[in-house]
Design a protein around this ligand. Structure first.
Ligand SMILES: *[C@@H]1O[C@H](CO)[C@@H](O)[C@H](O)[C@H]1NC(C)=O
Ligand SMILES: *[C@@H]1O[C@H](CO)[C@@H](O)[C@H](O)[C@H]1NC(C)=O
Length: 260
């Protein structure tokens, strides 16, 4: 009997302890429950497999889609630093609702992001560059993006692509939010994606790292699709689906947002 209760206590203890990930473990997450394709499929196949309406759609990951050489050369970090290091970029706080902006030299941003994991618990205190280039440096970014070939799909009535370039250090990312449909391709580094059709349980000011380590286990979540993307991989995020991202390495990526 005594032995038996020790066993039960162990189980209970384990259940409590295992509702949390060790912080260093998130950087090696590789599981993927999102459907995968290993090359582009045609538009009809895309429509029938991944849909276009909110409730019929589902995410998909295209693995290892080649990025054209010319663009890859332009996008290398040393090349970007040499050409554009002195340009100012617009970085934004990584929280869900209240975006605060800051202008910073690309050089300074990159050196801050190259330091090992970004430590702040709060997204509203962490600045992140995810392609908000509307005010600064439109020209050089747009010139570079001209060489990028976006995924060849329309999603229902959403057909007009607009490109966004982003870069972030290990442990950075954007907490849950939603918008129109689109794609994102990793150029450098790995990124973990979390998607859900229903609103997940999260604190809009908390970083995705905090959520992934602790908060997600605190309450029952709606069904979460999750996957780690490697360089070359492309994810499709359906219209109005909640999604959050977490860079597992220093990352460079391109988003293609589709509008009506
Ligand atoms: C960020 O959010 C947290 C929690 O909501 C809050 O305590 C903190 O004061 C906020 N920081 C800033 C700079 O607004
Ligand atoms: C999040 O942070 C902002 C400012 O940084 C603050 O105004 C807001 O109250 C915070 N929200 C929550 C839910 O803590």
């Amino acid at each position: 009997m005594y032995k038996y209760s020790i066993f039960i206590i162990h189980i209970i203890f384990f259940a409590i302890v295992s509702t949390k990930l060790y912080p260093e473990d998130i950087y090696s997450l590789e599981t993927c429950n999102i459907p995968e394709e290993f090359s582009y499929i045609n538009q009809n196949e895309f429509n029938s497999r991944y849909g276009s309406e909110k409730y019929l759609a589902k995410p998909v990951v295209f693995r290892q889609i080649p990025i054209n050489k010319q663009f890859l050369n332009l996008i290398q970090l040393d090349s970007i630093l040499r050409r554009y290091g002195n340009k100012y970029i617009t970085v934004t706080t990584a929280n869900t609702y209240s975006y605060k902006k800051q202008y910073i030299k690309l050089n300074d941003y990159i050196s801050s992001q190259k330091e090992s994991p970004v430590k702040s618990k709060w997204g509203n205190e962490t600045f992140y560059w995810f392609g908000d280039d509307l005010l600064n440096d439109q020209k050089w970014l747009h010139q570079m993006l001209r060489y990028y070939k976006p995924p060849p799909y329309v999603v229902g009535d959403f057909f007009e692509p607009s490109l966004n370039f982003g870069m972030g250090g290990i442990g950075t990312g954007v907490p849950f939010h939603f918008h129109g449909p689109g794609f994102q391709q990793m150029i450098v580094g790995r990124k973990r994606w979390y998607l859900s059709i229903e609103k997940p349980f999260f604190d809009p000011n908390e970083t995705t790292t905090e959520w992934a380590i602790e908060k997600r286990f605190k309450r029952k979540q709606p069904f979460l699709y999750e996957c780690t993307l490697h360089p070359g991989d492309i994810i499709f995020f359906p219209n109005l689906w909640w999604h959050a991202t977490l860079n597992l390495d220093f990352s460079i990526f391109i988003s293609t947002f589709l509008s009506l």
